[in-house]
Every structure is written in C-alpha cells, then in structure tokens.
Design a protein around this ligand. Structure first.
Ligand code: COI
Length: 360
C-alpha cells in the first residue's frame, strides 16, 4: 500500500475489518476499532510498523512500564460528518508533541513518517466506523511504553508503540461542567513532567477527581505547585476565561500541557476578532471577576472535550460561583467554528484539516 508506505497492512487486519459490526451505543473510548498499528523498538531500532487485528497484549510481570510508568500517549480525532471525510486535525502537531514527551521520559522517538502514516492508515481503514453526528468521532490513541523486562530502575532499552482507535460519542454527556478549584493537591511541579503527555500526570489527578465528584463537581482546576495562586490546567483540558471580547488563558509553562486545541483556539479566536491574552492568571482574581460579572464565561478545551463551557466554579470552603451563562455565546461560537474546520463543514483558513481517502 504505497499510500501508507511505512506501514505494512496484514491480510488478517483486513479480515478483522470485514467481520466487525459497530455497536449502537458507543459512549467515549469504550468500543475499540478492530485494527491497530504496532511496532517494537529493540537494539536501537524500530521493527516494521504493521497494521494488525486489535488484540490483547501479553506482558511479563516485570515489564518496566508496569513498575516505573515510562509511558506516553497522544489523542487525536478522525471525522466523517455530512458524508465527507475522513478528516484529521493537525496530526503533525501530535507527532511533534509525542516525540517531545518521548525525550522527556527517556524513551525512543518515533520516525515522523511512521507516526503520521500509522494515524492515516488506521483512520482510512476505519472510515466506515466513524460515527457521523457532529461532535462524535474516531478517537485515535497513539501510545508507547517501556517493554523491557527487569526490575532495575534504569531507562528501558525496549519499547512498544501502538495506535488504537475508538469510534466515540462526545466526552461529556452534559453540555457544560462544574469545576472545583483544587487548593491542596498539585498536578505538576517545576522541573517535573507536567508538559509531557505521560500517564503519571493523569494518575496523579484521579484522587482529586474522586473527591470533586463526591462534592458534585465534574472536574478540578489545578493551581501551580509553588504559590498555589495561579491557574494551570484541568488534566486533559486547558482553561480559558472570557472577558467580553477578550479571552484569557494561562501562559504555557513546563507544568502545563501544550494543548493543540488550546493553540488552535488562540489562533482561531484572534482570526475571529477576539483579543487573546496568554498570561499568569490568579485564581483569586478570577473568582472576583466571576462575582462581578467582568468574567462572563469560562470553558475547558482539549481534543476529547472540544470546547466545553464551565457553568460553575467552586472553592474548597464550599463557596460556589456560577458563571453568567451555562453555555456562553463566545464558547459556543468558538466551538462551532472549530468543529466546522475539523468536520469539513466550513472553510479551513489555516490549512489544519487533512483529508484522507476511505479504504475498505
Ligand atoms: C485528549 O483530549 O486527547 C486527552 O488527552 C484527554 C484524555 C485524557 C481523555
């Protein structure tokens, strides 16, 4: 298949596609496509990148990833709405970030062409399984883990790279979320791995999520580890506040993930005439601004959640601050503009959309 020239397509993967039936109820990330891309790194090089049937992995109990969390991942989406597509959104940005995460986590980098060809191949071969309603998609998950077997704490010399994909519905069932400011635990500290897309950052967020859920919140908003005054991000999502015609978002530091949706919103909003400020944001000021109405809206953004409005902010002392809008007009306008580009229903002024050919 010279279209995906760095990927070998196994006949068994084509059979797996033929016999796959897409269930009706998809939710997010629960139903997996019948194929995956795989390669292994050993002796300083990657073996063939292959498309194979989706299958279980067999791991030795001493596999380093299970003990020392040397693991990274990416998330991107394939779209097929209005009988057009499949489309990808800025896959080269995921490829670059994947290799930055690999460097930080002392892992082998992936050849750029193989990463991109792998994403193209799994999307093209799964095009018939991409749910077609706006907001639904094929959620694509490239990931890599240390596959050397040994309990010694030193960098692995073997890695496994995989791309799996999940025909998925919207991440959040409701149209907006209630967010608790996390004032005790921290997600990432200076010099750490907060800017890398590595599983440990997400594991570190889960206890706070449980506590927030118990109090009726959907998500937590992280503060910086040093002063606990400044807003950082929301685990799997970046944060924006809307002040009339101005958007504000924390400037990137090594403790914040450089979101591809975040950077796209900055460019898109500027193009649509909004002023965008990337600057340290004190949570105390945000709360005052929500109370006074100067901050009219807030939203979370990320590949999985697209743009999801925040309806309420809460503090650990039990105080809650509802935003003026459940689903603010600016957040919803930006969400539509972004989806129009991603789903092929609008112009693509920045050349972000990649059009693929469906493969059967
Ligand atoms: C994504 O948006 O791809 C994320 O990383 C969120 C994910 C942890 C569900």
């Amino acid at each position: 298949m010279d279209k995906f020239k760095s990927i070998s397509i196994s006949p068994k993967s084509l059979e797996a596609i033929k016999s796959f039936k897409l269930p009706e109820d998809l939710a997010f990330g629960k139903v997996m496509a019948p194929i995956m891309i795989e390669s292994n790194y050993d002796n300083g090089k990657w073996d063939e990148f292959k498309m194979v049937p989706y299958q279980q992995l067999t791991l030795d109990p001493t596999c380093k990833a299970l003990h020392y969390a040397q693991e990274i991942f990416e998330g991107l989406k394939g779209y097929y709405t209005n009988a057009k597509g499949p489309f990808l959104f800025r896959p080269e940005e995921n490829m670059k970030r994947f290799n930055l995460s690999a460097k930080r986590m002392a892992m082998a980098e992936i050849p750029e062409e193989s990463f991109l060809d792998g994403v193209d191949a799994i999307t093209s071969y799964c095009s018939q399984f991409i749910p077609v309603s706006s907001g639904d998609s094929l959620y694509i998950r490239p990931f890599m883990f240390a596959s050397e077997n040994s309990l010694g704490i030193k960098p692995s010399e073997k890695f496994k790279f995989l791309i799996v994909a999940s025909p998925s519905q919207a991440y959040f069932k409701s149209g907006s979320v209630k967010v608790l400011v996390e004032e005790d635990a921290v997600r990432a500290c200076p010099g750490g791995v907060g800017h890398a897309k590595t599983g440990g950052n997400y594991a570190a967020s889960l206890l706070s999520m449980i506590n927030a859920n118990k109090k009726g919140y959907d998500q937590v908003l992280w503060l910086d580890a040093v002063t606990k005054e400044n807003i950082e991000e929301m685990s799997g999502m970046n944060f924006f506040a809307v002040y009339g015609e101005k958007l504000r978002t924390p400037e990137l530091t090594e403790t914040i993930l450089n979101g591809i949706t975040r950077k796209s919103i900055i460019q898109l909003a500027t193009h649509l005439g909004y002023k965008v400020e990337e600057k340290t944001m004190k949570v105390s000021e945000l709360v005052e601004d929500v109370k006074s109405g100067a901050c009219s809206e807030a939203f979370a953004c990320g590949t999985a959640v697209i743009i999801t409005p925040i309806n309420t902010l809460g503090l650990s002392n039990g105080e809650t601050f509802p935003l003026q809008h459940e689903q603010g007009p600016v957040a919803m306008k930006l969400r539509k503009a972004l989806l129009d580009i991603q789903e092929g229903t609008g112009d693509d002024p920045f050349g972000w959309r990649k059009t693929l050919s469906p493969q059967q």
